[in-house]
Design a protein around this ligand. Structure first.
Ligand code: GMT
Length: 380
């Protein structure tokens, strides 16, 4: 198949999933065209089946905001037509589902029907999409997609609760590439971070409010009062400054490393004993899956799609959002019992294999085939 992928190329779950999916599809012999404003980070290496089409900015003094949607629509029309694409797969509903609908309508006039699959990732429904300034367009364009997928049953249910959805939403979970995410030996690195054998806790996110980074620090503060420990924080975003302030006021800065944006997350996970994800909402929790694949158990909130991934008492523990006491108690229980920690490490890895890229990418492939067959049928 010739597949066009539209996504946000920057740090963030939906862009990572879209890029990894494109790479997986290319490895299976499909021709994949990424259409976005910047080359996604993991696409820097040449791959014979991968193409990149950059949507360039148009600067004109009249525009206070660059009309990205219009530029993307025109680029989609162009790429679909001249590259002969079979299907467009857009990630994150805003504005991609609406843009794809517009491109589809333009192409119909020119005698070409391009089926569109929209994947809902989370905040495009639960935070931004639900806002009344976007909601009518989100609902309309989701309904106009030929296929809709969501990354968890939770997200499917929420989408159906918030909007009047007329089509079946297919759940296809996030996935993991074990050739990258696996336990590797980084003992020298571990010694540099925790020279006295301290336990290492880790968190990674885009430091937005929804990630509750302050809870990460509060939990760590409680844990480090009982067990010698270090905390690695990878990522950056709006909550970073206040998180740094909080650790200063708690006096824990000496044991916390703010690492900023990091590419090689697997190297940090290689030396971590526990991953913490206390989010206020999380449609799936790709970061937790990455940790589990590297045999790192997860302390997370019991919200959104997280209980579909993290099994309480097996791969980690679930606590109610904001319950830092419970999260800290669970972390202390695991970190102070080497046998239990080892059992959870194995449990986390075993669970992660259920989300192996080789299991999930074929689900997208067969869904594309289904959507293509239906649209051929519909267009005669
Ligand atoms: O909010 C983020 O963490 C980024 C966001 C995105 O769409 O870029 O991530 C969402 O999509 C990921 C991939 O499908 C999911 O694993 C994350 O759980 C989800 N984030 C939230 O729902 C907050």
């Amino acid at each position: 198949m010739k597949i066009g992928i539209v996504c946000y190329p920057t740090f963030g779950g939906s862009g990572v999933v879209a890029t990894e999916l494109g790479l997986g599809l290319a490895q299976r012999g499909h021709q994949v065209h990424f259409i976005t404003y910047k080359r996604p980070a993991r696409l820097l290496v040449f791959h014979e089946n991968i193409y990149f089409h950059e949507v360039s900015e148009v600067n004109y003094p009249l525009f206070e905001y660059t009309p990205y949607d219009t530029a993307l629509t025109s680029k989609l029309v162009d790429v679909v037509k001249y590259e002969g694409l079979d299907l467009l797969h857009v990630h994150y509903a805003i504005p991609h589902a609406a843009v794809a609908y517009m491109a589809k309508k333009i192409l119909i006039q020119e005698g070409k029907y391009i089926p569109v699959v929209t994947t809902l990732h989370g905040t495009d429904i639960t935070l931004v999409g639900n806002d009344h300034s976007f909601a009518p367009v989100v609902e309309f364009s989701i309904n106009k997609s030929d296929g809709i997928t969501a990354v968890s049953h939770y997200l499917k249910d929420k989408t159906e609760e918030y909007f009047n959805i007329e089509k079946e939403i297919k759940v296809i979970y996030n996935f993991i590439d074990f050739s990258r995410f696996q336990k590797i030996d980084k003992d020298h690195f571990r010694k540099a971070i925790a020279p006295h054998g301290e336990k290492i806790m880790m968190h990674t996110s885009n430091f937005r409010k929804v990630k509750r980074v302050h809870d990460v620090i509060k939990v760590f503060d409680k844990v480090s009062r009982k067990i010698p420990a270090k905390l690695l924080l990878a990522g950056d975003g709006p909550e970073r400054a206040s998180a740094e302030e909080l650790c200063r006021s708690l006096g824990t800065c000496g044991d916390i490393r703010f690492l900023g944006k990091q590419d090689a997350i697997e190297e940090l996970l290689a030396i971590s004993d526990l991953f913490i994800l206390p989010s206020g909402n999380e449609s799936f929790g790709l970061a937790a899956l990455e940790a589990m694949a590297c045999e790192v158990p997860v302390i997370s909130s019991n919200i959104g799609g997280l209980p579909e991934l993290n099994i309480h008492g097996e791969t980690g523990y679930l606590s109610e959002v904001g319950d830092v006491e419970d999260m800290a108690a669970n972390a202390i229980r695991l970190l102070s019992d080497p046998e239990l920690l080892q059992k959870f490490r194995a449990g986390a890895k075993k669970r992660a294999t259920e989300f192996d890229i080789d299991r999930i990418v074929p689900q997208y492939e067969s869904y594309y085939e289904e959507v293509l067959a239906q649209s051929l049928h519909a267009t005669g």
